[in-house]
Write a protein that binds this ligand. Sequence first.
Ligand SMILES: Cc1cc2nc3c(=O)[nH]c(=O)nc-3n(C[C@H](O)[C@H](O)[C@H](O)COP(=O)(O)OP(=O)(O)OC[C@H]3O[C@@H](n4cnc5c(N)ncnc54)[C@H](O)[C@@H]3O)c2cc1C
Length: 308
Amino acid sequence: MTVPGCIAEHHPLSAYAAIGIGGRARYFAAVASMHDLQQAASFARERQLPVYVLGRGSNVLIQDDVVQGVVVVLSGAFKEMSFQPGIGTVTTGAGVPLIKLGAALARRGYAGCAYMGVIPGSVGGAVRMNAGTGPEQEIACHLMRVRVFDPVRIEESWLEKGQLQFSYRQSILSRMPRIVLEAIFRLPDQPESVQGQALADIKALFARRRAVQPHSRQTFGSTFKNPAAEHAAGWYLERAGMKGMRCGGAMVSPEHANWIINTGCARSDEVKELIEKCQARVLEKFSIVLEREVVYVPEDMGTALNPR
Ligand SMILES: Cc1cc2nc3c(=O)[nH]c(=O)nc-3n(C[C@H](O)[C@H](O)[C@H](O)COP(=O)(O)OP(=O)(O)OC[C@H]3O[C@@H](n4cnc5c(N)ncnc54)[C@H](O)[C@@H]3O)c2cc1C
């Protein structure tokens, strides 16, 4: 099979990761339609290559060297959104930025989804990660169902919320070879009565986060999940002395100990070394195991999307 037009070879990936780190994709496809996606998946199957999907790259650490596979990013038709107020739903393509969905809901007066307006991922990535800002403020609370694509069998199907097995920053999609194409969310009950309250909620949440989190920095947000313990991950990391700790160009943010930032020239290996140091220090000092939230590409995705 010749290389289809939608596929580029040896494509640089650092621009597709919020932390600005990453090598090259052996094959890369920014797919604008189902036809493109099917072509990319057929190409991968033909060559026995895994397919990896990236959203807005806000929670990934991509390896420094060549990612051997077909890296797919959803664009075009996968960025559409429509409201069905009559039946109380909103339908979005998986490539739609979650912030755009949150803002669209708020502009229509739907309260209770402010968290969507501040998380910098795509709808597809947010479903996979069950993104959120706290209990009752996460994707699992509002999602009804998703349309998914199996890149191995090259077929589409629907998964209901119950089948997605959501838990804290996780879903069955961490273990299942499926690409989210489209999501249907239940609209919050009634538009709120106070004009502009929903938009004000997003602004307030945004302001609260800016006060404690680094901004205008290259980062993937929280490095670790909060442990099932008394305090959040950042509390333990700070008291383990990690703020400002560096490995090459990677540094634990001096503002928030659970965030790692790229100071400009960090390599993926340096970030991984720093992550391991964080885990070791917290284990040593508090006997607490910190589990990574950030997804390593391709290590954390390989088996799920590998057709072999
Ligand atoms: C500044 C900052 C603040 C953040 N704040 C929060 C926060 O408050 N709460 C929170 O939960 N997260 C937060 N994050 C992390 C991140 O935004 C979320 O995890 C987000 O849901 C990731 O979406 P993405 O599209 O960027 O996915 P990516 O980072 O591109 O990918 C993450 C995972 O999702 C998979 N994926 C992406 N698209 C699809 C798809 N269409 N189908 C199937 N799988 C897919 C990828 O394969 C990968 O395994 C923050 C990140 C940053 C940089």
